[in-house]
Each structure stands twice: as C-alpha cells, then as structure tokens.
Design a protein around this ligand. Structure first.
Ligand code: CA
Ligand code: CA
Ligand code: CA
Ligand code: CA
Length: 401
C-alpha cells in the first residue's frame, strides 16, 4: 500500500518540478515524503540512484579448464543474475579473464549462475562438455566482486523434453476442481545413437536431501524390457502417461493420452489401458497414482543395476544414487524459493515452473540447434536456462519458438 503511494508521490513530484510550480510547496512535499520513506523502506523499490556494480569472476578449480584451455579463468561464459525481490534477470558474458560485469544493478539478494559449453578432444573423439555453477541468495548491497566456481559435466543424451505436471482447470460438464490425471513425462533422445529405455527408472525426489548422495524416492517406476526391447531412435520422443486415456472426456481443455507409449499403473482402482504397456512399479509410498506435485517437485531418471541395493530411508523412501541420474528437473510454482531446491547443481543448477496449478501449462526444454533435420535440445543442466513455459502441453512432439 505504502509502496504505491510513495511511488505515486515521486511521480507527482517530478511532474510538479517539470511544471515549475511553487518551490516552497515542493520543499514541503519533499519533507513529507522523507518522513514516509523510512517507514516503508523494505517494501519500496530503490530509486535509480541507488544502483551498484557487481563483478562475477567465473573460475574452474577442478583442473578441467586448465588442462584443455590453459587457465582456471573461464572466458566467454554466460553469466545470469536473478534478483530475488524484484524478479529481474540480467545476463552477460565473461571477458578474457573470466570476469562478468553487471553495471548499475539494484541492491538486492541475487541468485547467480554461469554456464559455458566447450568442445574437448579426448582420444581423438570430441565431447561437448558444459561448465556450470551457481550460488544462491547472495546479498549485494554495495559494489561487490564475487567468485563463482563452475564444474564440468557432459550434457544429457537422454533428456526430459517436457514434464506436464500442471493439471487442468475445472470445466463443464463435470467441473472437476483438481484434475491431475492428465500428467505426463516426455523423454527425448538427444544423441546420435539408439538408446534403450529398458530398465530406466523415473522417480520423484523428496525434499531435504540435495546435499546428500541419494535420491529419496517417494515413487519409482521402471521401463519394462530385458535390455533391447524398447529402442528410442535419435530425435524420437517417448510419452509416459499417468493414465493413458483420453482426458478430454473429463476436461475438454485437457489432452488425449490414449496413444501414450507407457503408463504408470499402481494397481486397482487405477486405470489400466490394455493397449499401453505399464511401467514397472518399484516403489510407491502413497497416493492413488504416481502423481507429480502440481506445486513443486523434482523428477529424475536414472539407471542402476539393482534398484534395491541401497534400501530405504527411515521414512520409507527408496534410496537411489544421485551419481546414476541421467537427467533431472526441479520445478516450483514460486521461483524465488530457490532455497527449497531438491536437486544438486550437478543435475539441475536452476529451477523452472513459476505458474499456478491447474492451468494446462507445461514446461518444455528449449530447442538449442538443428543437426540436419534433427532437433538438438538445450541441456546446460540448469532448468532456469534450459526450460520454457508453454500454454499447452505437447505430448510426443515439440513446438519451437
Ligand atoms: Ca495410472
Ligand atoms: Ca496399461
Ligand atoms: Ca540435464
Ligand atoms: Ca512435447
């Protein structure tokens, strides 16, 4: 409330000054505004004069960048800063000494991330590595220089291309208030080679263990097959439905998933479309289905020799190693709550989502480039950068920009 009145007063003041009206009145007004500003300081967007400069030095101390490029200082990295209070985003590129300069930014708490892709020759074969790093909730209230450490990783060959977790709005004829059975997971082969889905596990990730070595899976379901039964060719999508049925009969704005490739099947009374193969249930702690939270969750896919090797947590989550994760996405309705992330930065350094539940919205990985006719999707292992929000889900296909 005070925010808008202070802002209005400032705008009003400028008008008055421009029009050269009574200077005494202006002085009184300044005093009056001066009395009000301290009282609501925390809520007021700082004026343009309160800007400052931030330098981010991007550094790889793992030895990877030094070995291949002769320095620890990472030049030409994309550096992003997100203001936590004002939701503003800025990005720039680091210079030859690894320094990225942000000029005249607002004083605030910031999430800062950097990424750079490099081609590396190992034994006469080229690999596209990504250097990634992030720091969360850094207070920048004066001119500042920070060091951002980045770490090398290989981008995914098998990726989540879309996760539709949002659910549908209530609609005639049934006006179902919370329809989420139309959720699906879409996976894409981003590589040049056939990948077999057999025995790949999809699981959700319980909150509070991002610093540990294990995924605490509330649910874990596995693709069937004995090794080479379910090939996915380069550039192909696979759709795993919560229920492989036509959901438009329940909610007209929803989607027809009767042609999905797989479905989660919990057991009666869950829907089982006999034409669509079921995912193998490895662990199901609770719920009527393998429901992804419509608010916030993280979904990973991974492959392990024995899913039960690590056993269970105290609260009945199946433990799976983070080191076996192939791809992962962390999403949240409120993107400023990055401290609640469920995945470590090596898997997903960011956070996607940022919309309310039950709107038929979806998160889709961005197209990076085309290799001939084939789409190559973006994978910086940072969903803040790699994902975009779609107004409609696109099961089994992609809509480019
Ligand atoms: Ca189901
Ligand atoms: Ca089925
Ligand atoms: Ca990834
Ligand atoms: Ca899609």
């Amino acid at each position: 409330m005070e925010l808008s009145s202070a802002e209005k007063s400032t705008g009003y003041l400028a008008d008055i000054m421009e029009n050269n009206i009574n200077k005494v009145f202006v002085s009184i007004l300044i005093v009056v505004i001066g009395l009000f500003i301290p009282a609501c300081e925390e809520n007021v967007s700082p004026p343009a004069s309160m800007r400052l400069n931030l330098a981010v030095n991007v550094v790889d101390t793992t030895g990877f960048y030094y070995e291949h490029f002769g320095s620890d200082l990472v030049d030409s990295a994309d550096v992003y800063i997100n203001s936590i209070s004002y939701y503003t985003n800025n990005d720039t590129i680091s210079d030859s000494l690894g320094a990225a300069q942000f000029i005249q930014i607002l004083p605030d708490r910031y999430n800062i991330s950097a990424s750079k892709r490099v081609k590396v020759n190992l034994n006469n074969k080229y690999f596209d590595y990504i250097l990634n790093g992030q720091v969360q909730d850094v207070s920048i209230f004066q001119d500042n220089t920070i060091t951002l450490y980045v770490y090398p990783s290989l981008p995914g060959q098998l990726l989540f291309s879309e996760i539709y977790y949002n659910g549908s709005p209530p609609q005639a004829p049934y006006n179902i208030p919370q329809y989420f059975h139309d959720q699906f997971t879409e996976i894409y082969n981003n590589s040049d080679e056939v990948i077999y889905l057999d025995s790949i596990i999809i699981s959700d990730v319980d909150y509070g263990h991002a610093e540990e070595d294990f995924v605490y899976a509330i649910h874990a379901y596995m693709f069937p097959g004995s090794g080479q039964d379910y090939p996915l060719n380069p550039g192909e999508f696979v759709v795993v439905a919560q229920d492989a049925i036509d959901h438009t009969t329940a909610v007209p704005s929803s989607i027809d998933l009767s042609g999905a490739d797989f479905e989660y099947y919990v057991g009666p009374p869950d829907v089982d479309n006999p034409d669509i193969p079921n995912m193998i249930k490895l662990h199901h702690k609770y719920g009527v289905d393998f429901l992804y939270s419509v608010f916030n969750d993280a979904i990973v896919m991974l492959k392990v020799k024995d899913p039960y090797a690590l056993g269970y947590s105290q609260f009945d989550c199946l433990l799976l190693p983070f080191s076996s994760v192939i791809d992962g996405v962390d999403y949240r309705d409120n993107l400023s709550e990055i401290e609640y992330k469920r995945l470590p930065s090596s898997i997903d350094a960011g956070l996607t989502g940022g919309f309310e539940s039950y709107q038929n919205k979806s998160i889709q990985r961005k197209i990076d480039f085309y290799k001939g006719d084939r789409i190559i999707l973006m994978d910086n292992n940072n969903s803040s950068i790699d994902f975009q929000v779609m107004d409609r889900p696109t099961p089994g296909y992609i809509i480019g920009e």
